[in-house]
Ligand binder design. Structure first.
Ligand SMILES: Cc1ncc(COP(=O)(O)O)c(C=O)c1O
Length: 387
């Protein structure tokens, strides 16, 4: 079966960094939840609820397995998206445990703004550190002492990766800090960089991972010691009195409730489990196809002197602008040809606009749904528009 058989002839979707297309397997799993066992998880004793509970627990286990993290050390909680996850953590951290907050210059607004808000709330100073061209950090130039650190391990405009992630985590921990990794872009196509890494939290968006719209926080159990619970509600208490409550999440099995107040997106959680199964079983040729496609597109764009690439190397996410051509107009022209690409600063205003001084850009972000003929078409249309 073609997992993306709903794509129309000539429709070229190049916005996978925002939301991946969902394979049939995932869509079927969500539909099955709604038609076969539509029920609330974790509260319901009838059989539909039991099936939902089993599938939700499976998804938690699959997320940890996908990341090669131990359930003895880490807990998986579901939320709305990456942004929500990062904010949920930062807004509940105890200020008196830390001396500063650190982020990096190439961040999406998601950690970038959340670290500004954290600094404003706590009065702690904030530092924005540089990333090298290859995405790594020069650790020697950073002072991580008692710092809260939040940074991505793959960027959303050129896919550059935090190549020395292991050493960064080690350095932060050695200095008494904690580190939250924004894995929004890494999970789908660069998860290898993250596997087995042990930061204090990993936040990602399932909607960039061939799964439904959903956020995930994977967190080290000790993180709770640094937090004061301030976002509370149904599903997380054992007892409630007139002016007090007892949180239920004392044992390991219920620890995930600490970030899950209120009803969750059960169908989406089930869909994430299906997406992880699908990714785990994907034949090598599909990964090779993705690589061929983005390499060909990168080589094509690199060969034109009118095109200015932000990327230093081929990657599923490629950003650029074209001499004398407004990127938004180019995006509209591409759309007329049924090519769906993003234009602007992709929520990386600070780095792309203020540090690099780039004009608004075009972003082609490819995914496993792209076919070789998509690349042929983009090349043909770009040639027609540019020359
Ligand atoms: C690197 C990175 N971080 C965070 C986000 C925010 O993701 P969401 O909007 O799903 O919260 C994005 C979204 O594109 C991203 O690419």
């Amino acid at each position: 079966m073609n997992d993306f058989d709903y794509l129309g002839e000539g429709e070229v979707y190049l916005d996978a960094a925002c939301q991946s297309l969902r394979p049939r397997h995932v869509i079927d799993a969500i539909n099955k939840y709604y038609t076969d066992h539509n029920s609330c998880g974790e509260r319901v004793k009838y059989k539909w609820g039991i099936e939902t509970d089993e599938k939700v627990e499976d998804t938690r286990a699959k997320v940890l397995k996908f990341l090669k993290l131990s359930p003895r050390k880490y807990t998986v909680s579901f939320t709305l998206n990456t942004t929500y996850g990062i904010n949920l953590i930062l807004s509940q951290l105890k200020a008196d445990k830390f001396k500063k907050v650190i982020t990096t210059e190439i961040e999406h607004n998601s950690p970038f703004l959340a670290t500004i808000a954290f600094s404003e709330r706590t009065g702690l100073p904030r530092e924005v550190v540089k990333r090298n061209e290859d995405g790594s950090i020069s650790i020697d130039s950073c002072n991580f002492a008692d710092a809260v650190v939040a940074m991505n391990c793959a960027s959303n405009f050129d896919g550059r990766k935090l190549l020395n992630i292991k050493d960064v985590i080690k350095a932060v921990h050695k200095a008494g800090g904690i580190i939250i990794i924004d894995a929004a872009q890494a999970m789908a196509h660069s998860v290898d960089i993250l596997r087995g890494m042990e930061p204090d939290a990993i936040c990602f968006s399932a909607h960039k991972l061939y799964a439904p719209s959903l956020g995930v926080i994977v967190w080290r159990d000790e993180l709770m010691d640094d937090m004061v619970q301030g976002f509370v509600g149904g599903g997380m208490v054992d007892d409630v009195e007139e002016s007090a409550y007892v949180l239920s999440a004392t044992g390991k099995e219920h620890r995930y409730t600490r970030f899950e107040s209120g009803l969750q997106a059960w169908g989406e959680i089930v869909g994430l489990g299906a997406a992880l199964d699908w990714l785990n079983e994907l034949p090598k040729k599909d990964w090779q196809n993705l690589k061929n496609n983005y390499t060909e597109l990168f080589d094509f764009l690199s060969s034109s002197d009118k095109v200015h690439l932000v990327n230093h190397e081929a990657n599923p996410t490629i950003s650029f602008y074209v001499d004398g051509l407004d990127s938004h107009l180019l995006g509209t022209a591409l759309s007329r040809e049924n090519i769906m690409a993003r234009t602007g600063y992709f929520c990386v205003h600070y780095y792309l606009d203020h540090v690099l001084g780039m004009p608004p850009l075009v972003r082609f972000s490819l995914g496993l749904h792209n076919r070789p003929e998509d690349v042929d078409k983009v090349k043909k249309v770009m040639e027609k528009i540019i020359y």
